[in-house]
Design a protein around this ligand. Structure first.
Ligand code: FEO
Ligand code: CA
Ligand code: CA
Length: 691
């Protein structure tokens, strides 16, 4: 697919690099990453065995963590996932939920709109499960926006949930554990103007980051859920910047991970800017530390030893959060190693509120969007990960050890070590020529390091893991258009990656078959005119087929299953499905799968005049590519989550940063969603079918 002459005749508008996201979202969420020089200047080319394993997991969880009753929802398929289809092995186990569940729900797609609501199709209902400020742990004070303290914030639901996971309850069929991240804060929307001093604002903002574990229970209507009162559960937990984490894996204890407060290089307090995540087959949650660079500024010139590394990660010493005023470790001049202790994949055990969460150095350090697991046929764990920056890479990790499904406590302990040793790879994507009319080709996973041997010249194992971006630059991977979620479809075994957008494609880097779009059609309001904008503004969904269906294979084939945008845009492609029958879609971000294997795509920063939303699209059969919009989110928000429960009756989302539009303030908000107060309260929503 190439840019057509017709499109070149359209006026080129400069919408700026930020898509429809407000300047505030760009500032608070990612520290204005799009305004910084692109960190990658390497010159590299651009660009459930459901049934069978559910029983195994159930027994693992039951024996290992006192967990029974439900199989683990949403964990990617182990064993011969690629050979399991709804029509074969898994049929008996999934038929019931497929028959009534999210994969086969019939709905009239939601039309593009700008309502300050979560808009769902006729016949469905959306309820808020929990929102910013709601109590999480037992002694959490009642939320009072005029009396916020860091101590209270560390006990209440944090700001801006992104990842949403729902895990089975240890022993109650009608309950579950909701696990979320709190990615970042937006102070002008959180604090009444002039009501707080600067230090308190910074302390409360810091305390509003992290993660939450919240016990939930089923509501009266099938598929509905509500939160359990903190006094009625022992499982709730708030993880925040005062929570102790342990660094593990080959780089743990390295000199560059040591600080004045931690001479061992193994103990870090807190996790920051946690974006997406995923579940493991052993019942834990992985979470990606993404735009961590923005939390660091400096009171003196930067340590010259680390300038190359800092630069590659966007650590400039000009972070706007100002946290150095409340914690000296965020001052690069005083603690030059602290930023090396962020940018990791963290793992938390939601079944043990007293457990120490861990940061896995083996999975590399970059702006981790998230991490999603599958199991190879022999039980080795394979984790797919995206580095969300313009021109950065897609990664794969393969564990050295194998998953133990025996269900004993010993097995669980062994499984908890699986992400500490193995091999880290980076992806290279090669086009096969445009003759077949499809953006597709072949690819390879290039090894960067194992836990014992570095494959990058001049860099040790620890060097590769701490400076993963610099290591990858040396081996010729493909520069991608902001890799977000990368997730395995548990039904067909293929890997799907959301490549959200890249305003610089075609300007700083040429197009090629894998990176085809350099000019996009966008609109500023529903029904408004489409106008051309430079770069890839609407994004892609990339489909990766491991050679032989084997996730251990170091080669694969790939295709761009979706080239997103308005169907009227000639560059769009919906896997060959008739364009007049699909919903417009822009800026894919997070992914999920239902039991049928349909892909669910949430969007962030859509530039087609509508609010962001959630879409369902089949990836197999005659309806492959039929994108249908399932919901839209409120003013200023992106659609985070999504998560489809194992019983297929509930779709969870997190409308993140409602009201985050330019010039909005606490007193003059552009959104008051969920309309419980005069200001917005980002939270988690469950969508289900009405009775
Ligand atoms: Fe936090 Fe890549 O989105
Ligand atoms: Ca081709
Ligand atoms: Ca994201």
């Amino acid at each position: 697919m190439t840019t057509t002459p017709t499109r070149r005749l359209l006026p080129l508008v400069s919408t700026g690099p930020h898509g429809s996201r407000s300047h505030k979202t760009c500032q608070y969420r990612c520290g204005n990453a799009c305004d910084q020089p692109v960190p990658n200047s390497s010159g590299n080319p651009e660009f459930r065995d459901i049934a069978a394993q559910a029983l195994a997991r159930r027994s693992v969880l039951k024996a290992g963590a006192g967990i029974g009753a439900l199989s683990l929802a949403g964990v990617a398929a182990p064993a011969a996932a690629s050979s399991v289809t709804v029509g074969s092995l898994a049929e008996a186990a999934v038929a019931a939920k497929v028959a009534h569940g999210a994969g086969t729900w019939e709905f009239t797609p939601v039309a593009p709109n700008t309502d300050d609501q979560v808009i769902v199709p006729e016949g469905f209902k959306a309820n808020v499960v929990i929102a910013w400020g709601d109590p999480v742990v037992k002694d959490a004070p009642t939320f009072d926006v005029n009396n916020q303290t860091p101590g209270a914030a560390e006990k209440q639901f944090g700001y801006n949930a992104d990842y949403v996971g729902v895990l089975p309850h240890p022993d109650k069929e009608d309950r579950a554990l909701l696990v979320t991240n709190h990615e970042y804060t937006d102070e002008p929307l959180m604090f009444p103007t002039g009501a707080y001093d600067d230090i308190t604002i910074k302390q409360v903002a810091m305390a509003s980051h992290g993660m939450s574990v919240v016990e939930i229970k089923r509501g009266r209507t099938l598929g509905s859920w509500k939160r359990v009162k903190p006094r009625d559960t022992t499982l709730n937990r708030r993880i925040h910047t005062g929570t102790k984490f342990e660094l593990d894996g080959p780089a743990a204890g390295h000199d560059r991970l040591k600080t004045k407060a931690d001479s061992t290089g193994t103990v870090v307090y807190g996790t920051l800017n946690n974006c997406a995540g995923g579940l493991t087959p052993w019942g834990t949650v992985l979470s990606g530390e993404e735009n961590f660079n923005q939390y660091f500024d400096t009171s003196a010139p930067l340590d010259t030893r680390y300038l190359d590394s800092y630069k590659r990660y966007g650590i400039t010493g000009t972070g706007t959060r100002g946290w150095k005023d409340v914690a000296s470790r965020f001052d690069l001049a005083r603690e030059p190693h602290e930023p090396f202790r962020f940018g990791w994949i963290v793992e938390i055990d939601p079944y043990d509120p007293r457990s120490t969460p861990r940061k896995h150095t083996m999975l590399g350090r970059f702006k981790h969007e998230g991490a999603n697991c599958t199991l190879a046929d022999n039980g080795q764990v394979v984790v797919y990960m995206g580095d969300d920056e313009r021109g950065d890479y897609i990664y794969k990790f393969v564990s050295a050890g194998t998953f133990d499904a025996s269900g004993t406590e010993q097995a669980r302990q062994k499984n908890l070590e699986l992400l500490t040793a193995g091999t880290l790879f980076v992806g290279k994507f090669t086009g096969d020529g445009a003759g077949d009319g499809v953006h597709d080709g072949s690819g390879a996973w290039i090894p960067l390091t194992s836990d014992t041997t570095s494959y990058v010249e001049g860099m040790s194992v620890a060097d590769v893991l701490i400076d993963t971006r610099l290591a990858a630059d040396k081996v010729g991977p493909t520069r991608m258009d902001r890799p977000e979620d990368v997730e395995v479809n548990p039904v067909n075994g293929k890997v799907y990656a959301a490549l959200t957008n890249n305003s610089d494609r075609g300007r700083k880097w040429p197009a090629d078959e894998a990176n085809p779009v350099t000019s996009s059609l966008v609109r500023s309001e529903p029904g408004g005119p489409l106008v051309a904008a430079t770069g890839n503004r609407n994004g892609y969904v990339l489909e990766i087929s491991p050679t032989g269906g084997d996730h251990l294979a170091e080669t694969f084939s790939w295709d761009l299953m979706l080239v997103c945008g308005d169907p009227a845009d000639p560059v769009t492609y919906f896997a060959g499905y008739p364009k007049q029958l699909v919903s417009p879609i822009s800026c894919p971000d997070n992914l999920a799968f239902d039991a049928v294997g349909n892909l669910w795509i949430s969007t962030d920063g859509a530039v087609l005049g509508s609010h962001d939303g959630l879409f369902r699209v089949p990836v197999e059969g005659p309806n492959r590519g039929k994108v249908q919009q399932f919901l839209t989110v409120p003013v200023g928000a992106e659609t985070c989550g999504p998560f489809i429960t194992e019983d297929q009756n509930s779709v969870f989302i997190a409308p993140q940063h409602p009201g985050e539009t330019d010039d909005a303030t606490f007193e003059a908000p552009s959104s008051t969603w969920p309309h419980t107060d005069s200001f917005p309260r980002p939270g988690v929503v469950v969508v289900y079918k009405k009775k």
